[in-house]
Design a protein. Structure first.
Length: 518
């Protein structure tokens, strides 16, 4: 009679699977809560303690760590000497292992302190899984309840073939590697010493969310993977698509950038709207409601907004939806959509509507970038913008309206590709210069964008994501009519740049913090 060990935290599909095995003549061996669940369903189950001849110890910490279990799993079916070794000890082979592990990640996500988290570190489960996967030619190993039905189908058809056994074993090793990675990551995050250091090795667990039609271009195959344990279970893997065409690689890149942009106002009463093209904003504004914020953001550069991605930090209302429905857009991202807005936008069936929580960056949240042959790692850019290091370095202090616009423009500059220059007035962008090879060129582009829309620059403020290496950027800003500048400072020519601001009677604030975005 073939024998199966069943010991699972996730009871989904367990009874049906066990009933199917029993119907095929398998003996069921189990432990603890799994055994009770099977008995409650009317199935005959043998306790592991009966198999091992040894009671469970230490509140179940030690129950399956015994030769009767592991010799039965590891015995090679094509080695007579292994069969003889089993028989000498009164043991028998175990032919199927169905195990899933204590819910460590869920305990950590719920805020478990170290002692409680350690109780969720499974020992016996991974050991049985790895043993069965190692000996997969003789043992069927199941770690995912989604595989129960196809395993039963194979057994009913005469047995699991080598290809299926290998697939199941590979899934086990991926699963246990990810489990260990999550534990190691928990220790790293819990260690004061490692808080400011990167570990010597980093194991990334990635779970495929979906295949994508293609990557940035049609000849590039692509897929979307979730970083296991990342962002507290949030981020893009948690998005909900309400309507529209399938999301593409470029859509997902833009959605991430758009959500980052409006996260600078996460939790604030004012509505923020950002319109992006190719992961950089072409218009950002604040408003009393979604309609006002959108129309003010659109006014910056309606030409570039064609086919753009729009993000809000608040619910999309019906009036905002009516306004957006008159323009060609690819994606709208928001925490939610009011029912009236969904009715309006349903007329544009291809328009992708994405519900996504707009949350600030967590302190120390990792940011990984792939390069050829490796990965770069950093902490994700903080979108919190504390002002304790800000200094007014010019003779003239900013006025209250200028302070308001400087704070706004500085937040926007962190979302714009470097070299980044942002012109703003009335808490909306009026010109954005992005990605130019020189900062003065970005200033000229920002001025040109404003001029193209007939927007008066006089009285605007200017934000630069990094210091001005020369005074020419300040001269260009003054010539265009800007009245205040915010920038990190730190150039060897800071004094020259500040003197230029004083010459033009500009107010200048140094933040002491660079916000490059490559």
């Amino acid at each position: 009679m073939p024998r199966a060990i069943l010991s699972v935290s996730d009871k989904e599909g367990l009874v049906e699977f066990a009933r199917g095995l029993a119907g095929l003549g398998w003996e069921l061996i189990s432990t603890g809560g799994t055994a009770q669940a099977l008995r409650d369903a009317g199935l005959a189950v043998r306790d592991v303690a009966e198999l091992t001849g040894h009671p469970e110890m230490m509140d179940g910490r030690v129950k399956t760590l015994h030769p009767a279990v592991h010799a039965g799993i590891l015995a090679r079916r094509d080695r007579p000497e292994d069969a003889a070794a089993l028989a000498a000890q009164g043991y028998a082979p175990i032919d199927l292992v169905a195990v899933n592990l204590y819910r460590f990640r869920e305990a950590v996500a719920a805020g478990a302190a170290m002692p409680k988290a350690m109780e969720k570190v499974d020992i016996g489960g991974p050991t049985m899984l790895r043993a069965a996967a190692k000996n997969h030619r003789g043992v069927v190993v199941v770690v995912d309840p989604a595989d129960y039905e196809r395993v039963l189908a194979a057994l009913r058809g005469g047995g699991a073939d080598e290809a299926l056994r290998a697939q199941l074993a590979a899934k086990v090793f991926r699963h246990t590697a990810e489990y260990d990675r999550a534990i190691a990551e928990y220790f790293d995050a819990s260690s004061v010493q490692l808080a400011a250091e990167w570990p010597e090795t980093v194991t990334l667990g990635l779970r495929k969310v979906q295949d994508l039609r293609y990557g940035e271009n049609p000849d590039q195959p692509a897929a979307f993977y979730a970083l296991a344990g990342g962002a507290g279970g949030g981020g893009l893997p948690a998005l909900r698509q309400v309507q529209g065409k399938e999301l593409s690689f470029n859509n997902l890149m833009d959605i991430d950038a758009a959500a980052m942009t409006v996260s600078a106002w996460a939790g604030e009463a004012r509505v923020a709207c950002a319109i992006l093209k190719h992961t950089t904003p072409c218009g950002v504004a604040l408003g009393a409601d979604a309609l006002e914020a959108y129309e003010r953001a659109l006014a910056t550069d309606p030409t570039s907004a064609f086919g753009g991605i729009v993000a809000f930090n608040a619910a999309v209302t019906a009036p905002a939806a009516e306004s957006m429905s008159t323009h060609f857009l690819e994606v709208i991202v928001a925490p939610s959509f009011e029912s009236g807005a969904l009715e309006v936008l349903a007329r544009k069936k291809n328009l992708r509507l994405i519900e996504l929580a707009i949350e600030p960056t967590r302190p120390g949240e990792p940011d990984y970038r792939s390069v050829r042959g490796g990965v770069l790692a950093q902490h994700r850019l903080r979108m919190d913008f504390a002002e304790h290091d800000w200094k007014v370095v010019t003779r003239r202090e900013p006025s209250e309206p200028e302070w308001r616009d400087l704070r706004f423009a500085w937040r926007v500059s962190a979302a714009v590709k470097s070299n980044a220059i942002v012109l703003a007035r009335g808490e909306r962008t009026i010109g954005i210069g992005a990605g130019q090879m020189s900062r003065v060129d970005s200033s000229r582009v920002a001025v040109m964008k404003a001029a193209d829309q007939g927007i008066e620059i006089a009285g605007a403020v200017l934000a630069s994501d990094a210091f001005f290496p020369f005074r020419d950027g300040v001269d260009a800003a003054a010539a265009a009519g800007a009245r205040a500048v915010i920038q990190p400072g730190g150039s060897v020519r800071d004094e020259e740049v500040i003197a230029a601001a004083d010459e033009h009677d500009l107010a200048m604030v140094l933040t002491g913090r660079r916000v490059f975005r490559h």
